[in-house]
Design a protein around this ligand. Structure first.
Ligand SMILES: NC(=O)c1ccc[n+]([C@@H]2O[C@H](COP(=O)([O-])OP(=O)(O)OC[C@H]3O[C@@H](n4cnc5c(N)ncnc54)[C@H](O)[C@@H]3O)[C@@H](O)[C@H]2O)c1
Length: 255
């Protein structure tokens, strides 16, 4: 079977919702033993039920990726893993003038340090077994910029450059590392953003955000999950150090 993940152990951060949920369920369907990392909330517990009904050996781990000790403890419990998806992330609105120092730090802690902690915790096991695949969730914000997303764009640029750095450092040791840069994807992340910031014009904003993709809509989480599956599969064994936009034409057709 193409794109089989049979006998692979995968760790997926932010697996309880949105893109991470779609990746977790798809990887379980493809035969992987999936270890979702997320915070304690209704969505992660609901996803846990769906996940374990597909794959009884898969699990949800309540771990805050900003806490290196929690991440390292989980890594020592799980042993070697084959796949790491650094997907957990939070959003933030603002330009450089109205981003507070605390706000800057808090988005950095989740989006950048969280991925750093997970790579630092799980790469030693990959080195021990001489193989591993990492996929980091960046964004089109990393390369083309989105207005009023100073802090968010900063973190996604860091994800992109950490991806290249890790890919280069471990290319001889059997570890591949790539990142995905989605345009807008219809997830609770986007719905929450609209409700919080535009409570009086939810439909108008949804239509506006959809229209920023030349294809005329947002992506569905499963479309991102399919790319993650390809990048983590043996079929992608020649791919490392790359950023993959998946954005309905946002990056290359909007000029
Ligand atoms: N939705 C989009 O339009 C879009 C576009 C480009 C990139 N992305 C990126 O894709 C990733 C997933 O986005 P989504 O839309 O699925 O978001 P989402 O909010 O639906 O899911 C994110 C998950 O991460 C978890 N999480 C947050 N902080 C955490 C922490 N400290 N420790 C552990 N888990 C934590 C949340 O609980 C949640 O389950 C993010 O990195 C986001 O920046 C999203």
């Amino acid at each position: 079977m193409l794109f089989s993940l049979k006998n692979k152990k995968a760790v997926i951060t932010g697996g309880g919702s949105g893109i991470g949920k779609a990746i977790s369920l798809l990887f379980a369907q493809q035969g992987a033993e999936v270890h979702m990392i997320d915070l304690e909330n209704v969505s992660s517990r609901q996803t846990e039920k769906e996940l374990t009904s597909i794959s009884p050996q898969s699990k949800l781990h309540i771990v805050n990726i900003t806490q290196i000790d929690e991440v390292k403890k989980l890594a020592s419990q799980l042993g070697n893993v084959d796949i790491l998806i650094n997907n957990a992330g939070i959003a933030q609105i603002g330009n450089i003038e109205n981003t507070s120092s605390e706000g800057f730090q808090s988005i950095f802690d989740v989006n950048v340090k969280g991925a750093f902690h997970c790579m630092q915790a799980f790469i030693p096991g990959m080195l021990q077994q001489g193989s591993g695949v990492i996929v980091n969730m960046a964004s089109v914000a990393a390369s083309v910029g989105i207005p009023d997303r100073f802090g968010y764009s900063m973190t996604k640029g860091a994800i992109r450059s950490m991806t290249q750095s890790v890919a280069k450092d471990y290319v001889q040791q059997g570890i591949r590392c790539n990142c995905i840069s989605p345009g807008r994807v219809h997830t609770p992340f986007v719905d929450g953003f609209i409700v919080k910031n535009y409570p009086d014009k939810k439909e108008e904003m949804f239509a506006k955000l959809s229209a920023t993709q030349p294809i005329g809509r947002m992506a569905q989480p499963i479309e991102i999950a399919h790319l993650a599956l390809y990048l983590c599969s043996n079929e992608a064994s020649f791919i490392t150090g790359c950023d993959y936009p998946i954005d309905g034409g946002f990056t290359y057709l909007n000029n």
